[in-house]
Ligand binder design. Sequence first.
Ligand SMILES: Nc1ncnc2c1ncn2[C@@H]1O[C@H](COP(=O)(O)OP(=O)(O)OP(=O)(O)O)[C@@H](O)[C@H]1O
Ligand SMILES: [Mg+2]
Length: 268
Amino acid sequence: MCKPSEAFLGYRHKTAATQARWTNKDGPCHPSARLEKAKVRNNRRGEHIIRFDSVGLRYGLGPEVLRDISFALPSGSFHFLTGSSGAGKSSLMRLMYLGLRPTRGRVVLFDKDIAMTRRYELPALRRRIGVVFQDFRLLDHLSAMDNVALPLRVRGVKESEVRKHVPELLNWVGLSEQINAKPPTLSGGQKQRVAIARAVIGRPDLLLADEPTGNVDDHIAMRLLHLFEELNRLGTTVVIATHNQFLVDRFTQYPRLHIDRGTVVEGE
Ligand SMILES: Nc1ncnc2c1ncn2[C@@H]1O[C@H](COP(=O)(O)OP(=O)(O)OP(=O)(O)O)[C@@H](O)[C@H]1O
Ligand SMILES: [Mg+2]
């Protein structure tokens, strides 16, 4: 049955926004969503959104914390990233959102070899990525509303649209009463949900979420996972770094990238 989804996921332009509100289990089902659906299907079949070839990373003169990392994520895929504390999950995420450059090997993101990409081209690539940082990185002087609105405002979305959609998403993640609250007055789990809303509001091509459920109970964790699934159904490639075995056990349909002894083992 086709009905508007509860969550507003993303603002591309007006038509896409309307379509995003009409989904069923097979994805967008708005009468004019066929093209969008075909695009998602093609993406799923198509090229990789990110590829690592023999990548290594060391911090300064320290030991190599990641080594010989090779994997490719198909466009439209959904992966968990697992590994013990200190294994290198956040470091791998930093390489994926171009927060760090590898000390060796090749990273290809959105078909661009990062080593060959000019510095001025990087911000445009980064804007296609939504990141949930393990330490949230919210702006403390801005309200929850303004933190989440930031990616839309940077993109020049009309204020009337921002004021409509941001509260809707905050409501969906259970923060309707905290819309005007500033991060220092929020609990860890509340901050985490603001960070998640900020990462997904722009419907990025790639979502990287680092321990996005580390501070919430299992009920909210499930709800957040459904939000990520819905985003994925609309075409976003999703990677979730997690320690949460409860979630990994409940979403066994999604493959795992597992980091062991500094390197990635797929499908463990
Ligand atoms: N900024 C840094 N400078 C130097 N070493 C670092 C830095 N960040 C991480 N490391 C080291 O890199 C290794 C991997 O750390 P990372 O934070 O990526 O692990 P993680 O898998 O995300 O751990 P956790 O599950 O605890 O978040 C660790 O040995 C850590 O000490
Ligand atoms: Mg980490």
